[in-house]
Design a binder for this molecule. Structure first.
Ligand code: ATP
Ligand code: MG
Length: 445
């Protein structure tokens, strides 16, 4: 199919009567945009994940629109429109809080030899704002199943790249020469893993092959973009599958080198892998139930193997709060060099780790104080993960599960019993803690 690129190719067109996409399945806002562009005599298509997912019977996350109208022309059609982006100049059309993204047809970097100066010496794509035809636009996209167009004029599906065949075969195939396309934009390797996981597709062999040798190119991708991509991989409802596919293609370590090394060192039966796997399964399950998920908790899990490595075999319960804090800082400092977790997530994330040793202290007031912590729930969820992974005592996790559900009287009984059991040890801790808090409050610093 990439051979046909030099000449003008005719698309395969599937007419309305022969496919299942109906306008009822398309977001009203996206439809409005398509109709308005059509009324202004522009071409307008739905493209990308929206078309792909509808054809697969999945609920699309969003609908992207492609048009032959230049961004400024799009803006003049819509009052509620802003142009964004430098590398990709896109129009955002606003409907209240909803945004429909409208992209002008663009040519890929290799469409014309004169455009070779868009590529850095190593093949990295710097900008691609060269407008083109619908056909150009199809060939500059990443995978064939992402280059299917739904035409608002005749409601047909337009396919220049064999995307429909691949869609039916469950194949993720790069358009053009895979190695060249990965060099242009190494994030396409992560996208391959993400779509394989999300769609349960296989990566076509020639598309998969270069990943083994080009994975290192991800080191040159800005960490902020890798953070965005991590969220799509792990907060998109297919985190466990993404983790599996990323590991399969040796890409997990390109994002999280310390975690990958620790998982490797411990093996799949080790705490790190088990905790990660369970955290990601839980994330998927929560999203499936429309329950909230946070980058804080996700990254507390993703970075936990690195924390374990930093603690160097010392169990969390045996480390001082300072040691956990410092080891956590080292783990996160290294992490953000690759994946730019925004600073605001750090304190709450550290708190989830810091609270872990405190679950061992179950005597009266301490337990109640911990229960009242704003971060208790997240820390407790993390304790469950650690118990499931074989790191924390399952009986301890059960105790905290029970005390949350217990009525006041039962709580008192549990607290009294726990105080009796662990009174000695906790008593000693309390004395030490008092001394150190006096020291901290003093003027020695
Ligand atoms: P989803 O929204 O479900 O994650 P999507 O396929 O819509 O999947 P987007 O990131 O929203 O993915 O991008 C929309 C479309 O833009 C893609 O389907 C693809 O055609 C094109 N595209 C996005 N990123 C790239 C890229 N890095 N290289 C080439 N084409 C891309
Ligand atoms: Mg999309």
């Amino acid at each position: 199919m990439s051979d046909s690129k030099t000449e003008t190719a005719l698309p395969v067109i599937v007419p309305r009567a022969e496919h299942d996409i109906s306008r009822a399945q398309i977001a009203k806002t996206a439809l409005k945009v398509l109709y308005r562009l059509r009324a202004a005599d522009y071409e307008a298509y739905l493209v990308g994940g929206g078309v792909r997912d509808l054809l697969l019977g999945l609920a699309p996350k969003d609908f992207d629109v492609a048009t032959d109208a230049a961004p400024e022309q799009v803006r003049s059609v819509f009052g509620n429109c802003r142009l964004i982006g430098r590398r990709f100049r896109l129009a955002h059309v606003y409907f209240g809080r909803e945004i429909v993204e409208v992209a002008t047809f663009r040519a890929g970097p290799s469409a014309d030899e004169d455009e070779a100066d868009h590529l850095q010496a190593d093949g990295l794509l710097l900008r691609d704002n060269v407008y083109g035809t619908l056909e150009d636009d199809a060939f500059r996209r990443d995978f064939t199943v992402n280059a299917l167009y739904y035409n608002i004029r005749d409601f047909g599906i337009y396919d220049y790249v064999g995307g429909l065949d691949d869609l039916h075969a469950g194949l993720l195939r790069m358009i053009g020469e895979p190695a060249v396309r990965y060099r242009e934009d190494p994030v396409r390797m992560l996208r391959a893993a993400r779509f394989a996981a999300k769609l349960d597709f296989s990566i076509e062999p020639a598309t998969a092959a270069p990943i083994a040798t080009l994975g290192h190119l991800l080191h040159d991708v800005p960490p902020a973009r890798l953070f965005d991509e991590s969220l799509k991989l792990f907060l998109g409802g297919h985190a466990a599958a993404s983790y599996r596919v990323l590991r399969q293609y040796d890409l997990f370590g390109r994002l999280f080198p310390a975690a990958a090394a620790q998982v490797e060192a411990e093996g799949e039966a080790g705490v790190s892998h088990r905790l990660l796997h369970q955290a990601l399964e839980n994330t998927d399950a929560r999203l499936a139930l429309d329950r909230p998920v946070t980058p804080t908790f996700l990254f507390a899990a993703l970075a936990y193997p690195a924390l374990r490595a930093e603690l160097d075999g010392c169990p969390l319960e045996a480390a001082t709060p300072e040691q956990v804090l410092q080891a956590g800082d080292r783990a996160l400092d290294a992490l953000v060099e690759r994946v730019a977790l925004p600073r605001r997530y750090r304190a709450p994330l550290q708190e989830i780790w810091q609270l872990q040793p405190r679950f061992g202290q179950r005597n009266g007031k301490r337990a109640l104080r911990l229960l009242a912590q704003p971060r208790f729930r997240a820390a407790y969820d993390f304790l469950l993960l650690r118990a499931g992974a074989g790191e924390a005592d399952p009986a301890l996790a059960d105790w905290w599960t029970e005390i949350q559900q217990a009525d006041a009287e039962r709580q008192q009984g549990m607290l009294a019993a726990a105080t009796g059991e662990g009174g000695n040890r906790n008593g000693r801790r309390r004395r030490r803690r008092r001394r150190s808090s006096r020291a901290a409050g003093g003027e020695s610093a």
